[in-house]
Design a protein around this ligand. Sequence first.
Ligand code: PLP
Length: 395
Amino acid sequence: MNINQNYLKLQDSYLFSVIAKKVNDYREANPDKNVIRMGIGDVTLPLVPAVTEAMQKAVSEMGNAETFRGYGDEQGYGFLRQAICEYYAAKGVSLQQDEVFVSDGAKSDLGNILDIFATENSVLIPDPVYPVYVDTNIMAGRSISYMDGNEQNGFLPMPDSGTRADIIYLCSPNNPTGAVYNRKQLQAWVHYALENEAVILFDCAYEIFVADKALPTSIYQIDGAEKCAIEFCSFSKTAGFTGTRCGYTTVPHALVRGGTALNKLWLRRQTTKFNGVPYVVQRAAQAVLTDEGLQQIKTSIDYYLQNTKIIADTLTSLGIWFCGGVNAPYIWLKCPKNMSSWEFFDFLLETAGIVGTPGAGFGRNGEGFFRLTGFGNRGNTEEAMGRFAKINMPL
Ligand code: PLP
């Protein structure tokens, strides 16, 4: 018996455990101080009424012999796939129901999609980024190259003459930087992928936060993307489904490599290894995409974006460089005085009782940067930024 040795190559992630320990130590030493968490990567507002009502109705159906449902289609019920197609149609993207696959969230699909690609493929991953892309490829034994996000390119790396990759990850709006690719930039990536027969894995889990109508919220808004991209999206951040669990992945029929449609491979993979999302959850997700649901979640999204605006305004007034925020729940700031990410973490906790996330936890290029989020409550965000503005910042 041999284990998968690739697992031994994974780096332990100490990020959130170290943060928790530092915060606990600080609380013990300063029991009277109110610590404000500005590093939250999870939603805090509850499910909206349209969603809970749909869930309650679905629960009743499940308890009734006439309306009870057992196994559903692995790829999701037609009613939800249809609702997702209509959501895309409103963005000007035409999809067929069988190009959309419903799942228990984007994280699972981002990891599972690797089943359909050969291990020899070269992978290109932005740095900094959501760490799941890196770890899932290490587990699969694939060699990874990184593309640098930095202040110069606004944390939106672009292909150049040296770029060489079969599989390319793009995350827009980006976690942790909040940066969003514009149409021209995405067009350049699509062009690269088509020229080189690469496949783009496009993660738009935060698309609902894009407020600027000129920015793309789906890669399929770009010409030719249906021939080179798989898109991952989720109800987690869109509608507070982080604990409810539902996402969707789109694999267009036009995406063909080596004479095989990737849609066919993904269908085979899902019908073999996955048994579908609970009926009650799919009804909840369908309710998100109704006019009423979309209106209700907009209130939550606007609330988070107003929080990020409060953070952004404070940083602007202090002359601190940052990106993100306007079209994303994340603000990515440059640590003042060339402090390292962890030095700034300690400094902010000690001087203001504010907890954020050190950028170094998201990749090599995250060093010297720091993530704050709009997922907290309004009062805490205002209080935190009031404290932040009063710090004698060593700029
Ligand atoms: N993609 C990105 C960029 C994320 O930041 C996250 C979660 O934080 C996910 C995907 C995971 O989403 P889900 O809850 O649908 O698994």
